[in-house]
Design a protein around this ligand. Sequence first.
Ligand code: 2P0
Length: 346
Amino acid sequence: MLSCIFLFPISFILFMEFTAIANSNIAIIKYWGKRDEKLILPTNNSISFTMDEQLSTTTTVEFDSNLARDEVILDSKQADEKEFARVHDFLNLVRARARIKIFAHVVSNNTFPKAAGLASSASGFAALAGAASKAAGLNYSEKEISVLARFGSGSATRSVYGGAVEWQKGNAIDGSDSYAIQLSSEKNWKNLRNIIAIIDAEKKKVSSRAGMAETVKTSKLFRHRLEAVGTRFEIVRNAIKNNNFEAMADTIMEDSDDMHACMADTNPPIVYMNETSHKIAKTVRQLNGDSNEKIAAYTFDAGPNANIYTTNPKEVKSLLNEIEGIKKIIECKIGEGIHYSNKHLF
Ligand code: 2P0
C-alpha cells in the first residue's frame, strides 16, 4: 500500500488551502540595517510588541496544479507588479523547500492600510509564511516559520509570536540562527497599550528596505548606533523579563530617536517624522516629566505616525486630542502570535 502511494506522481497529491492570521508588531529596539541583504540578516538584535487584531493580515494559500502562474489578490485587488514579484519570489522559496513545482492562489486581507508606516510587511509575510508552508505540506515549527518569514521581510520574524518578542540577529553565515523568540507572553502585558496616532496613511516615499541600505552605506552615525544599541537592548530585555514598563520607557524613546538620527545622517537624508510627529514626541516627554512615573514611551517607524506605548491610555489620548494634524487614533492591546483558521478567503 505504502509503495503505491510513492508511485503517484507529485501532481496527484491533493493540496489543501490553509489560512493564517498574523498581527503586526511595533519595535521598541529597532531593526534598521542589514549585514546580508539577500538573506535578510540584521546588524542588531531587535525587540517588539505584537499588536492586536486591529493591525492584522489574514492570508489563504492553496497550491493548485491547474494554475499556469501564481495568482495574488491583496486587499481585494490584483497585486501590482512589485507586490506580485515579492510574493512570487517568496512562494518560489516555499516550493523549493517543499520540492513542488505547482503555482498557488494567494488571497490576503489587511485590517489597516498597506505601507502606512504600520509595519504591514511584518504581518503580511508572517501570515504568508504560515499559510504557504502549511499549504505546501511543510510541517514547520514556529521557529522554522520565523526563519522562513524573514526571507519575506525582516520584521515578519517577530510577528510569529505574541507579546514581547526578540529577533536574534544570529551569527551563522547562512542565517540559520537568525529568528525570533518570545520574551514574554501577551498575558503579562494586559495593562499596556499602544496608542497609534495616524498622521498620514499614504504609502511612504522611501521604503524601509531601500532606506536602511542607504543608512548602512552612508551614515557615520550608524556606526555609533551599532555600538550603543546593545546596551539599550539589554535594558529593554531585562525590563521585559521583570514586567516593568517604567524601566524601559526612556530607552525605547532613545532608540527611536537614535534610529531617526541615523536616517537624517544618511546621504541623501531620509526624513520620516514631520512637525506633528515631533509635537507628539515633545508631549510624551512632558507627560513623563510632569508625573512622577514614566507612563508613556513614543516610538516612530519608517513614517510620521506615532506609536505611544503607555500604561495610562486615557491620559495619552486626551493629550493627543489637543494636537493638530492627527487624522485617527487607534488603541491597540498587546496581541497574540500567528494562528490558523478554517474560514478561508476563497
Ligand atoms: C522595525 N522597521 O524594527 C523597524 C523600525 C522600520 C523601522 O523593520 O527589508 O519592512 O523587509 O527586512 O522588515 C521595517 O523593515 O524591512 C522595519 P525588510 P522591514 O520594525
